[in-house]
Design a protein around this ligand. Structure first.
Ligand code: GN1
Ligand code: MG
Length: 335
């Protein structure tokens, strides 16, 4: 199976070992005579149109090739037929040239938070002049908080009855914070909120580090037009706390104020000149709304019997939900 894919790329004597950081796609590190590559099997349950992703990554890559030739970027590797997306036994694969760097699972310092925030900010800033209409929407309404709330409501009506009663407390908490949805709609409907090239998955493992420097953003599957809140919000969700979304011990969930300062400084250093005052006023709301959205999404999936996020045990999506709820609570305490 793997061999037939290697053959399509012309990789001789290749070996592949799995990388397990992502929750959606299957990822392998490939080592071959031709070099080191990242090979991914795209989850087409989640990404229904893998050609849209392929199109976006190539469009941005071409833009950099013309306008910013020194930009480090996850360029797609063509197979022997020149295709950057291939189908094999009903599955879709694509490969990247491996960039040397480390993907962290959690951060250990505020300076890493600043460096990552700055790198994601630079990504959007570097594409300010990119013709955004060229980007395809890879997941429709991906960060639409109103839709996420609606899906959550559907799940606690039609979802698994046992799980609904098991998750009662989390359901009540999320219902009682529904005001975030209204605030989100107020933001997105405002004339001073702008659509820009947005990554939509700015967790720490999606930026490569070399020592303490963030060198390159990776995983552009959800890069599409969006609001800065999506990126800054996901930074808050994943950089503020010393433990990540997998931690089940709620006592360890804390928000480190110096990380909150670091996110603002790092992001604004790159994006400050482009954001409107209205957008800047929504910095804290970015964190609140995206943490809230992630709690809704994990809980929805728990109630729907884990159809979306990969799990190793039955309560994992509920534990992830409770982790995110706790994070939201402690984040609100520092604001
Ligand atoms: C998913 O696959 P991964 O880990 O890059 C998800 C993100 C969530 C994240 C939570 C397409 O990202 O939105 O924030 O899990 N991506 C998609 O860990 O749903
Ligand atoms: Mg991702």
């Amino acid at each position: 199976m793997m061999q037939s894919i290697f053959d399509q790329y012309g990789w001789g004597n290749a070996t592949a070992s799995p990388l397990t950081q992502g929750l959606i796609n299957q990822t392998f590190e490939v080592s071959s005579v031709q070099g080191e590559f990242i090979l991914q099997n795209i989850n087409t349950q989640v990404f229904k149109d893998p050609f849209a992703i392929d199109h976006n990554i190539n469009a941005i890559g071409q833009y950099y090739n013309t306008n910013q030739t020194d930009q480090l970027f996850t360029f797609l590797v063509p197979n022997l037929r020149g295709e950057t997306l291939i189908e094999s036994a009903g599955k879709h694969y694509r490969a990247f040239k491996k960039i040397n760097g480390i993907a962290l699972d959690v951060l250990s310092t505020a300076s890493q938070a600043k460096a990552a925030a700055n790198q994601f900010g630079q990504f959007t800033a570097s594409l300010i002049e990119f013709p955004i209409a060229q980007l395809k929407v890879t997941i429709p309404q991906f960060h639409d908080l109103a839709l996420r709330y609606h899906q959550f409501e559907q799940a606690f009506i039609h979802g698994d009855a046992n799980r609904i009663s098991q998750a009662k407390e989390a359901i009540l908490f999320l219902q009682s914070h529904q005001a975030y949805v209204k605030q989100w709609l107020h933001f997105t409907g405002h004339q001073d909120a702008h659509l820009r090239v947005t990554h939509h998955d700015t967790k720490i493992s999606n930026v490569l580090f070399k020592e303490d420097a963030a060198i390159c953003v990776i995983d552009l599957d959800t890069t599409m037009p969006g609001y800065f809140m999506s990126d800054v919000g996901d930074m808050c969700r994943t950089y503020l706390c010393p433990v990540n979304e997998a931690c089940q011990d709620l006592n360890q969930i804390k928000v480190l104020p110096e990380r909150w300062t670091a996110i603002q400084e790092g992001y604004l250093e790159a994006m400050g000149e482009f954001l409107t005052n209205f957008e800047k006023d929504h910095f804290a709301f970015s964190g609140q709304s995206i943490i809230y959205m992630q709690a809704l999404r994990f809980l929805t999936d728990f109630l729907e019997l884990d159809q979306y996020y990969r799990v190793e045990r039955p309560d994992q999506n509920l534990d992830r939900t409770n982790n995110q709820i706790q994070l939201l609570k402690v984040f609100n305490q520092i604001l």
